[in-house]
Design a protein around this ligand. Structure first.
Ligand code: ZN
Length: 63
């Protein structure tokens, strides 16, 4: 499934972060995708293929 996301997109992941939210902002797009938790500001980096598997939906595309 092709998801329309880009830098600044807010996405929802399938798995909830321990801090209680599952909304993340995309802060880097490349071979790896870097996302920042909107609640606790923790960042994680995932290979794009891995990200595509773990993302549930794109909530907002507004930067
Ligand atoms: Zn968090």
């Amino acid at each position: 499934m092709a998801l329309d996301y880009k830098l600044g997109s807010i996405v929802e992941m399938k798995k909830q972060h321990p801090c209680g939210t599952n909304k993340w902002e995309i802060i880097r797009v490349g071979a790896d995708i870097k996302i920042k938790c909107l609640e606790c500001n923790r960042t994680i980096m995932l290979p794009r293929i891995e990200f595509n598997k773990k993302v549930k939906k794109v909530i907002s595309n507004e930067a």
